[in-house]
Design a binder for this molecule. Structure first.
Ligand code: OGA
Ligand code: MN
Length: 217
């Protein structure tokens, strides 16, 4: 299912978050910055610097094996030029979300991710269950930027966004399959949308970020 037909092009992206809880922003950063970030992943991968991703707080071996990507956390204080371009855009997005939707987003945590051929990430929610420890920073908004040139339908690797009851009633489908094409940013409420990465038939690169409701420690 292509999202193009389901998300009206004229609607303001941020009002779509307010209304539906998610939106897709194409061409979020320049093509040159997308290429540079993809090259950074290649470089980190060749240098064996990417780390196996873990799920949740108390990760088990089972969970590690379910999640097939490897990641590299970014630090804004040691950012490359392309990362700075990205952080600037994200800061603009954070301010807009706060001004228009009163979300109180505070800081950002983000990592590059590489899904090797044949890997996937099963259905999950991004907000951790924090047993009532409400002073801890929580993930409010998930933002995934895709870095894959010339992605084809047969490459798979779709991000399957499972809709809530409202979305299902509105669109008449249970989920949207979003292609991970270069420059596309998917934004959604972290505690409201189950999602998964379908098996990818090509190495798949992304930069995943979460806006937090306060500074993390
Ligand atoms: C995640 C995630 C999806 C993607 O890292 O939590 O859901 O498309 N990533 O990379
Ligand atoms: Mn996720």
């Amino acid at each position: 299912m292509s999202t193009q037909h389901l998300i009206p092009a004229h609607a303001h992206p941020l009002s779509q978050i307010l209304e539906n809880g998610y939106c897709v922003l194409d061409n979020f950063i320049s093509p040159a910055a997308v290429l540079a970030l993809a090259a950074e992943i290649d470089h980190l991968n060749q240098g064996d610097i990417m780390q196996a991703a873990k799920t949740g707080r108390a990760s088990t071996k089972l969970q590690v094996s379910l999640r097939g990507d490897s990641i590299h956390w970014l630090d804004e204080t040691h950012a490359s030029e392309a990362q700075l371009a990205y952080f600037n855009q994200m800061e603009g997005l954070r301010c807009q979300l706060n001004q228009q939707l009163y979300l109180g987003l505070h800081s950002l945590e983000c990592h590059l991710a590489l899904y090797p051929i044949g890997s996937a990430y099963p259905k999950h929610l991004d907000r951790f269950q924090i047993n009532g420890d409400s002073h801890l920073a929580q993930r409010q908004i998930s933002c995934i930027l895709y870095l894959n040139q010339d992605w084809l339908a047969q490459d798979g690797g779709y991000l399957r966004l499972h809709l809530n009851a409202d979305g299902i009633a509105k669109l008449g489908v249970a989920h949207l399959d979003i292609a991970p094409i270069a420059g596309r940013l998917l934004v959604f409420l972290s505690d409201s949308f189950y999602h998964e990465v379908l098996p990818t038939h090509r190495a798949r690169m992304s930069l995943t970020a979460w806006f937090l409701n306060r500074q993390s420690h």
